[in-house]
Unconditional design. Structure first.
Length: 195
């Protein structure tokens, strides 16, 4: 059985250059998969923001929405029309007091993974924290109990097992960016690797 296929003519305008469509939902992870219980989960913000710690109940108190978004992995596969349930980034940001000079964010995750993102990219209205995938609680292999989803960038920017945001004035590179991946990662421009 083939796990990937070329997009049909109807699908092709939704698929960035160099991508094939996945029949399933592949899982790519560097290192061990963290197992974090909802009871012990917490989310911190620090840096150029009023420091705060949020519990799972704080996230669930925010409005939940259904999202349908295409998902593009830098390893040349895409999955169209992925259905998620989650919390808008903009709703979460309304809880924070961010300093005006903040322009970049470092995402921090259970397991030690990090990835950077410009604040302007982070604040796009289509971005969300996912807690369900296709109607089911987000499994650990897909980044549960909660992951960030940034649909307009390659999936390594959609940090799994996210547990914190560090607000910065200047850019600092995360794990894959320090190891040769592009600092931004826009699929339609094929920003896969740093030049």
């Amino acid at each position: 059985m083939k796990y990937f296929h070329k997009p049909s003519p109807e699908e092709s305008e939704k698929v960035p250059p160099g991508q094939h469509l996945a029949k399933g939902f592949p899982v790519l992870t560097y290192g061990e998969t963290p197992q974090v219980s909802i009871e012990n989960w917490e989310f911190k913000v620090w840096g150029l923001v009023k420091p705060a710690i949020f519990k799972w109940s704080d996230f669930l108190a925010l409005p939940q929405h259904e999202f349908t978004a295409d998902f593009h992995c830098v390893t040349h596969w895409s999955k169209l029309d992925v259905k998620w349930t989650g919390i808008k980034v903009t709703d979460f940001m309304s809880l924070l007091e961010v300093e005006p000079k903040a322009a970049h964010i470092m995402q921090h995750c259970y397991g030690g993974y990090t990835t950077n993102i410009e604040l302007n990219d982070f604040l796009k209205p289509e971005n969300f924290f996912a807690i369900k995938l296709f109607g089911e609680p987000l499994s650990a292999e897909h980044g549960g109990p909660i992951r960030l989803v940034i649909p307009h960038l390659y999936a390594w920017k959609s940090a799994k097992w996210i547990n914190g945001l560090e607000f910065l004035e200047t850019e600092k590179l995360g794990f894959w960016e320090e190891n040769g991946y592009h600092r931004r990662g826009e699929p339609w421009a094929q920003e896969r690797y740093s030049s």
